[in-house]
Design a protein around this ligand. Sequence first.
Ligand code: NAP
Length: 541
Amino acid sequence: MSSPDGVSMNGGEPSVHDVVVVGAGFAGMYMLHKLRGLGFDVAVVERASGVGGTWYWNRYPGARCDVESMQYSYSFDPELEQEWEWTERYSGQPEILRYANHVADRYDLRRDIRFETTVTGVDWHDADNQWRLQTDRGEFRSRFVVMATGCLSTANVPHFDGVECFEGPTYHTGRWPHEGVDFSGLSVGVIGTGSSAIQAIPVIAAECRELTVFQRTPNYSVPARNEPLDAADQADWKANYRERRARMLTQQAAMVQRLPDGEEPAKEATADEFGERMQERWEVGGFTFYRAYGDIGLDAESNGRVAEFVRGKIAEIVDDPETAAKLTPHNTIACKRPCLDTNYYETFNLPHVRLVDVSETPIERISPAGVVVGGEEYPVDAIVFATGFDAMTGTLLRMNITGRDGARLADHWDAGPRTYLGLGVTGFPNMFTVSGPGSPSVLTNMIPSIEQHVDWIARCLVDLRERGAATIEPEPDAEAYWVDYVNAVADLTLFPTCNSWYLGANIPGKTRVFMPLPGFPPYVEICEDVASDNYRGFVLA
Ligand code: NAP
């Protein structure tokens, strides 16, 4: 029987393939395209009704990519690079979703994607070296599975007493209604002040009657300076794409900055030199700010100097000193995911916007008509949860994955995720994770990181096919080494000093382990080296 959306289901029979890919975001789409071109029979399973992953779900007002458009795009096909026209320095969510759909159409991907299908169980069967994937629409079987499930794909909605009796609508930024939301004339409450909230707050404020922001931890943010993309700039990128893409791969975060990375220690700069350099980067906008000096992420004193610069900006921008004080962070800068904004701090100067600090007195409950903090009710008509995600492991652990001998991934990862290279897991043969924990993933421009993983996995599958190997899986020692390596690298940085989602600290009860690996270029070299050295650290059988 042919299903309405591509992959055929044979009545009640399992759908059998060489490879099943879970997720049709940027990783899943490219994995499908790449493996198809190499002659593999691939099916993609996707819970959404369309492609795009993150950009399918995160449709909140103001959703926009923090990586510049000319760099947040696929590099695998020069024709695709040339034909697609971006319109802004940073693309908004609708434009990125249009791009994802364009890619799906251009490479005829949909015929192998089964949409609106949720994976409920994934089990390895030793007897026939196959994975069996249970979904709410039938079973899939395959020799290989690729988890292209995204790093930020399971929403974190904290429980607040009384929320079920709230009389108005509630929304999570990562599950925004497709038909959009009209806030005009309404009093809106936003809970959270991470990247999503920082983008959404100015846009919601421009629409609603009254906005109350419930902030637990203030955040540093730097202007994005979004603007229409200059035609000459776009043409220049297109003319030099090969050289620029190659340069991106040599950069820490897999993106080229507008200004060269500073190498010197910030703490040694004179006051004048420091002030001028930071001011220039504040005006240019974007992540280049955080790369003004070489040791911002490594040295507490240098970091503190940069943090103080942003604190000064908040004091300058925000009119009311009490609100400015509440908005001012005192933790390490950039040890949580750095934020970029368009008029975030400025929004708190608007008369209909107020900030409620819930750091010391947490939200007590949600009443039918509002949010209660310290016994006081803040009336709202609608609540936006901008409360983030169960990052990096949340989606994988919810799929009930069992490997060899019925071992549960949830048990294997009880003390935090364990992988080799962020690509494979011991005891889970033939399962690959794209941008999995232990790889640079969320510390980088995601699309080059995705392409690097997809290319590596594709090369590996071709090599296995050529050698007649049925399975591949990390050796226990290689995995143990890699976990220690990731921790050791993270400990050289200031990353572990904040309660970030990188550490799992945003989810009550989640084990605190630094999950991504800082440093993209050395990682790419290691992956190349492992593959060239007969997949060192993996067992091929
Ligand atoms: P997030 O950074 O985890 O922020 C969640 C916010 O909700 C935090 O302010 C958090 O406070 C607050 N919160 C959580 N539970 C709460 C509770 N019980 N009471 C009060 N406040 C609570 O999530 P996000 O903003 O969705 O961003 C997640 C990641 O998505 C980003 O770091 C980024 O990687 C990605 N993202 C990217 C873009 C982009 O490229 N433009 C845009 C948006 C998101 P605490 O800080 O105190 O925990």
